[in-house]
Design a protein. Sequence first.
Length: 291
Amino acid sequence: MLIGSIEAGGTKFVCAVGNQDYQIKNKITISTSTPLTTLTTVIDYFKSFNLNALSVASFGPIEIRRNASKYGYITNTPKPGWQNFDFIGTLKKQLTSIPIAWTTDVNGSAYGEYVMSSLTNQNINSLVYYTVGTGVGAGAIINGHFLGSLGHPEMGHTLLKRHPDDLNFKGICPFHHDCLEGLVAGPTFEARLGQKGENVPLTNHVWDIMAYYLAQAVLQATLIIRPDHIVFGGSVISEPVLVKVRQQFAKLLNGYITLPPLEQYITLPQISDNGSATIGNFALGIKELNA
């Protein structure tokens, strides 16, 4: 059995082929350009394999309701050229004989971490996965099911209390300005400091500001969903950053509820190289095949 995986990001597409044991057999990375140029390359790649199923985890917003007229579309995205694009319909015109699963990139990552937790006997029934990179989003799993039926969660666009040292920063989100994505996504480093995040030392106060905002996101997820585990992935996140987030979160929570040790509760992905969505896609593709 061969399952295809597309992790569709605003900067790059990661395409992979694996088996029912979640072993990656082949993998490529494609730069995200226009929809038709990008998907032509993606389709050509998968046509060289005898796939049984395919799963797509895409940047959004996307339409996930199967009975909706625009099911399979990327909808009101700020990504130029991708608004109201029929992603799944375009794939199905060429890959006609296989079932295709469809979800958000962060849902795919959340599912990958959930599946891996089961395989390693960690007995996690629920988790929230945040990705912090070019954009910010989160997926949530409760007892094997994604949170959201009217649509997928948009936890990257929740509003936050501003840090007192960050009141003059407008925020980069074109819709909300000072939502989570607008305040902590990778491009905010250039907007604030004129340099990329990887060049900003952890001693810079901006990381304390970022940790304060991320801790608020953890507080929201913790008090609303009460998950067993919260995972942070994406290019902006590292273990030293999470140390700061845990410290800020402990202050915000102020002992209100009992949680596991924070170094176990708030962690990096257990799947390395930001590969959680690929493993999640393999699992979702198998699930779609057996539906």
